[in-house]
Design a protein around this ligand. Sequence first.
Ligand SMILES: Cc1cc2nc3c(=O)[nH]c(=O)nc-3n(C[C@H](O)[C@H](O)[C@H](O)COP(=O)(O)OP(=O)(O)OC[C@H]3O[C@@H](n4cnc5c(N)ncnc54)[C@H](O)[C@@H]3O)c2cc1C
Ligand code: SF4
Length: 565
Amino acid sequence: MSEKNVKQEYDAIVIGSGISGGWAAKELAEKGLKTLVLERGKDVKHLKDYPTTNLMPWELQHAGELNFKEKQNNSILSRCYNYKEDSKHFFAGDKDHPYEQLKPFDWIRGDQVGGKSLLWARHTQRWSDFDFEGPARDGYAVDWPLRYKDIAHWYSHVERFAGVSGNRDGLDSLPDGDFLPPMELNCVEKYFKKQVAEKYKNRHVIIGRCAHITEARPIYAQQGRVTCQYRDLCRRGCPFGGYFSSNASTLPWAERTGNLTLMPDSIVHSVIYDDKAGKATGVRVINAKTNAVTEYTAKIIFVNASAMATNQILLNSVSSRFPQGLGNDNGLLGKFIAFHNFRGKISARYNGLPGYTTEGRRPGSAYMPRFRNVYKQETGFLRGYAVSLAGRGANDLTANCGDALKNDLARKDYDAWTMDAGMMEETIPKATNTVSLNSQQKDQWGIPLLQFNVDYDQNDERMLKDFFEQVSEMFENAGFTNIKTRDTQQAPGLDIHEMGGVRMGNDPQTSLLNKWNQFHNCKNVFVTDGACMTSTGTQNPSLTYMALTARAVDYAVNELKKQNL
Ligand SMILES: Cc1cc2nc3c(=O)[nH]c(=O)nc-3n(C[C@H](O)[C@H](O)[C@H](O)COP(=O)(O)OP(=O)(O)OC[C@H]3O[C@@H](n4cnc5c(N)ncnc54)[C@H](O)[C@@H]3O)c2cc1C
Ligand code: SF4
């Protein structure tokens, strides 16, 4: 690191401007705190910085596909389905962001203002108490220090502002939210839903809840956002603000309060802990372009760099009080990493419904909430999996050019309906699944590389088998044919739902954060991204990060007022 600049003072610092950091910024700035958001990547302004948003496929040099060299240079990234010619500028390239894989791990990052909120698939399902009570019931990890009743209000708070569409399905395992009108299942999905409902108790096919505006309301107009036009080109950035991103929603909202300072190209090296004060006083930041080092001070700090990057920053935040990383008295920082397992895929064909077709596009998909081990333990594995479902109509082409298009055109089942199912499995957090710092190797800014030691286990293998059996059986019973199962054998991480390392819990001996996402032993630092997750559930996780963030900010600001921090 080079020369250190003078300190600059704020009420609050937020590290990271992605989904959770954007929420921290909005809530803090709205509550009147002078808030500094530090973002390691470039600035991305809503509308102005979406260079491909209005391009037609033929206006893209490779019709949306990546060329061989780009794939070769980004062998990790190019495994991500959303890394395409029209969205590549929103991903962090492999070479610029090195890390070490003691075991294979695909770490997919969107390092820019807005983070991965520009890239996500926007599925937003609430957790239920079947998820929060999971570790205590099944005897793994530690008990969550909160329950659904503690977060329900904050889910609503987020849903109303972000805009979440969904149907009120009345399911125990997937609580309903403050929804905008749902998107519609297509005819083959409706058919499958009916078949499943007739043949299985407690298995439900629903339209996935997703963060798209499907009804005009004043709160969205105030944000400058209008209803989704169903273009399904969301990964390019949406000119309508039709889906929720930090760029379209929380960050400009925070900016309007006059309390926000957003600083792109600012890599947080570590959190500074002051032994005398007995708390964190600020952060050390490296300018990504000049390498200049600046220290910023604040009364409270929110760490929202995304789960694994948050672990890296905290492990690197060493002081005489915390020689193993911030708050890490019990040695658990970086341990109990967990993720969702997306390895299982199934496709099937349905010959019925002739004469029906799909109309236009739909940017969300159908969803089947977890049905295994919900009310009681009933299988040889712990927990379960949700299923994402997409029925594809006759005459739908998925590829634009090249071999993929040729194969698509040559499909023998071109006239039939098909349905794809994907597994979203809860993995069990284990002490042996870890991230740590490599003391020898550093990146171009002198920050120790994060090393991943994360793997699947026998529970995951058993669940994969069960997913293949159960979903194939449901397809068969519904009259589908040509059912094909596929284990992608992908490394952990590619599901992009990585969590843990700084888990919440009641006991400081076995957890890092309390029920308010606050370090047990460093009260003015809060972690509200995926790093805080005690277990993973089967739901897409970002809605829970947003709700936890808004809840923690509310607590932190109240504590600040009482001069407890
Ligand atoms: C293709 C894809 C599809 C997805 N689909 C879904 C979905 O349907 N539903 C769902 O719930 N989730 C989905 N996700 C996951 C979702 O994007 C993440 O859970 C979410 O973005 C996490 O929010 P975050 O704030 O923790 O991190 P991010 O949104 O990644 O933001 C973190 C920010 O911190 C910055 N940062 C990192 N390190 C530093 C540092 N040292 N200093 C300063 N800044 C730093 C990063 O540059 C980044 O901008 C998907 C992700 C992808 C890529
Ligand atoms: S589908 Fe909706 S949110 Fe996505 S790009 Fe189109 S208009 Fe925007």
